[in-house]
Design a protein around this ligand. Sequence first.
Ligand code: ARG
Length: 462
Amino acid sequence: MAQLWGGRFTKETDQLVYNFNASISFDQKFYRQDIRGSIAHVTMLAAAGILTDDEKDRIIDGLNGILRDVENGSLEITMEYEDIHSFVEANLIDRIGDVGKKLHTGRSRNDQVALDMRLYTRDEIIEIRSLVIDLLEVLHKLMKEHVGTYMPGFTHLQKAQPITFAHHIGAYMEMFKRDYGRLNDIYNRMNYCPLGAGALAGTTYPLDRDLTAKLLDFEGPTLNSMDSVADRDYVIELLAALSTIMMHLSRFSEEIIIWNSNEYQFVELDDAYSTGSSIMPQKKNPDIAELVRGKTGRVYGSLMSLLTTMKGIPLAYNKDMQEDKELTFDAIDTVKGCISLFTGMISTMHLNEEVMKKSAMNGFTNATDAADYLVNHGVPFRDAHGIVGQLVLYCLDKNISLEQMSLEEYKAISPIFENDIYEAISLDTCVGKRNTIGAPGPDAMQKVLDINEAFLKQIKEG
Ligand code: ARG
């Protein structure tokens, strides 16, 4: 047991207690952030005259050596240390002797862990953001390719009106653009440095908190030392944003599973992204989409778990907060894996455009347009709705589509119909005339594509 405390204790910690308390098995994940924070801390201690330059240099050399050796595998992070902070400090003292004992001057593990968690989540936000950008690019490419690919749009999973694949994908484009924005917002709100808050009440040393904040690329120091060590809002916000990303991926997965089903056959997932059955040789299953849908529950669980952990904690630090880590790490790793796999899956997915188009032509997706035709000829919409309802009933009876009715049959239901009804209810017209911004028509779609193109360019540069 390697602990940073013990002076006031007369007995060894019980082994079970030690195990229950220790966090090294999971907080070793942020050894890089812990060392980075320590280097900034001693740099500041020297600048403030609390350490000499020589002490600072020796400590920094020692810390860099630990970092190098952990990365190249020659120094193993083992369970004999209570947490990553103890591991780094004990190894530092081992390597450079007594001067290493000065590292923790003016610092508590409470502000240290608050810093590590912030640095870790901040790094991860940057990575997740870039995975979201990759996904947005694939979606944008699919949209550009499929402005003229017709498919039915659904409500209640019943065919409603014809749309295009670009339009359907465009809906997800908007969702993931918002997800991107949420990650940015969280980043900006969390980007303040808690180091220097001490255990809870700051320190009596003349620490330069502006300097450590600057060295670690923060906007500035946090403004209340108690809040600094007790705040995990940014983790909760991140878990909420990750849950929303998963909710979007899960809805999208659900649609892909439906489209890929034997009954729909709108799309076919690539062999590389499908799996087989151990008993049924004909099967090609969308397991990746199903797993993404399934893992959503696990990310929601992390959010609920941390919200619940935090709700009863009095100020300032309490050990409950150690529970923020495993679930956050798991949520982050899960979401990163899901976004990458999902991006690969949809970029290799094959579209059965003919099947999609045929499906758009069946199922009366142009019934609204038939009613609009009557409205354009002076019939009040409510009456037009009733007349087209009769047309649909007639077609269902004869098992034909609206396009397959003769003009005589139309006229028998309403004399207003003329030959131009066929053009008015064609797929080209139904989709092509819907050109208010946000609609599937090609002019409207082009405007959105231009906006998205500019957006992608801007976020890739920024
Ligand atoms: N392992 C602890 C955590 O994750 C580090 C902080 C410990 N602080 C303390 N006062 N015991 O929260």
